[in-house]
Design a binder for this molecule. Structure first.
Ligand SMILES: Cc1ncc(COP(=O)(O)O)c(C=O)c1O
Ligand SMILES: [Zn+2]
Length: 402
């Protein structure tokens, strides 16, 4: 049996194919590329029961990942995060089976470690020695740390108001860190110049095909953790949309393997009211989004005014009869506090946005009471200490509370 059943790269826009054993960025037509596997072959050699004896990390799905030689795997133990029941919050929403896929427990405190683990491992396998990327913070932190572990030089450019902790993570990892007085789209333009000048590997969202593969493991895990019975709805806080595209891809691959049956879950792309290009496109039944001017939200990870893979996100939403929903920053903050209070989980603002959307969709009847609903919490609340303001009373030593 092979470690990976990697076959080739394929363009979802024009259908062009490329070999997967050399460095590739976008398709010649400008579209992101998707990784394809020999699923027909794999179907005959891998039984899902064989997973049971494997380690609880994302590499348990190595046949469905693009690294062909196990020696190239760069890991910090990412994956197999809890799928937690939230009964009190569910009761409040009117949903009997509300589950949180909790990505706050992965190395670097956000699900970005999944994309980084697989992306950096594949870059190493392909002989990459230097990479560059723009980031809203968490991805840069994860990629810088995994690149350090792989011995690859990283150049990271992030908006100056990205969460401060992510700066420290990048700086400590030894990566070259630059701040930009602008958005991730501005950072992207700087990275494109740097990549062209210095011949670096461009690890920007969807400009290399392998980050999706890491993120798709969230979908594989959800299916496995539910005993290969898919939920009815999955909600995901959507910036670049890689996680949603990845989850959709994972579910299609599981269908092709015959490991899951029936209808796919309705996928919901959740955005912030201050940056909702995908929601706008979905409301107008468009295949692509338009650049969202002056975007602003406290959920920094989903402040992406125009995503390269917007058409793939929209396709996933349309094909699964899902939805795209925007929530306000006030709704996110209120939800973040509700979840800490009711369930003891301190989640990130992006995750809180997805919960706020679940609350809305349950209230409108789009989610029915008996449906099984999985919400992605994409990171740890403790990475964003400044989003919560508290002013407790200060006691003098020896003073009593009374
Ligand atoms: C915590 C968090 N959630 C969600 C996202 C959005 O991720 P995606 O690019 O998969 O849409 C990000 C991206 O930075 C993030 O940091
Ligand atoms: Zn193409």
């Amino acid at each position: 049996m092979n470690y990976s059943y990697l076959s080739h790269l394929e363009c979802p826009k024009c259908g062009e194919t490329y070999p997967a054993d050399e460095v590739r960025q976008l398709c010649a037509c400008g579209s992101p590329l998707l990784v394809r596997y020999k699923l027909d072959e794999l179907k005959n050699v891998l039984d899902k029961k064989m997973l049971l004896s494997r380690k609880p990390d994302l590499w348990r799905y190595h046949e469905l990942l693009p690294i062909t030689d196990e020696a190239n795997v760069v890991t910090l133990g990412e994956g197999m995060t809890p799928l937690l029941a939230l009964p009190r919050l569910g009761a409040e929403y009117g949903i009997t089976s509300l589950l949180m896929k909790d990505e706050s427990l992965v190395p670097s405190g956000s699900f970005k470690a999944r994309g980084a683990a697989v992306g950096v491992s594949k870059a190493k396998e392909l002989g990459v020695t230097g990479l560059a990327m723009p980031t809203n913070g968490n991805a840069g932190a994860a990629w810088a740390l995994y690149a350090a572990r792989a011995g690859i030089e990283a150049t990271i450019v992030m908006p100056q108001d990205a969460p401060v902790i992510t700066r420290s993570e990048v700086a400590l990892s030894g990566a070259r860190l630059y701040l930009v007085n602008g958005l991730i789209s501005d950072a992207g333009k700087i990275v494109a110049r740097e990549v062209a000048d210095k011949g670096l590997f461009d690890a920007s969202t969807l400009k290399e095909p392998y980050r999706i593969e890491g993120k798709k493991t969230m979908g594989l895990e959800i299916a496995e953790q539910l005993g290969w019975e898919l939920p009815d709805v999955i909600l995901y806080p959507t910036g670049g949309g890689v996680g949603l595209i990845g989850i959709h891809k994972a579910l299609l691959e599981l269908q092709a393997l015959g490991w899951v049956q029936g209808k796919l879950p309705r996928l919901v792309a959740v955005q912030a009211e201050g940056c909702a290009p995908i929601v706008k496109a979905w409301e107008q039944r468009q295949a692509q989004s338009e650049f969202w001017p002056n975007s602003e939200t406290l959920a920094f990870g989903i402040n992406v005014p125009k995503a390269l893979g917007d058409f793939l996100v929209l396709q996933a939403v349309y094909e699964t009869e899902g939805a795209a929903v925007a929530v306000s920053d006030a709704e996110m903050s209120a939800e973040q506090a509700r979840i800490a209070r009711l369930e003891g989980a301190f989640i990130c603002p992006e995750g809180a946005a997805a919960f706020a959307a679940a609350r809305k969709l349950a209230a409108s009847g789009w989610i029915a009471a008996g449906e099984k609903v999985v919400v992605l919490n994409t990171g740890a609340g403790i990475k964003y200490p400044d989003t919560v303001q508290v002013n407790p009373p200060l006691l003098q030593i020896g003073e009593f509370i009374g």
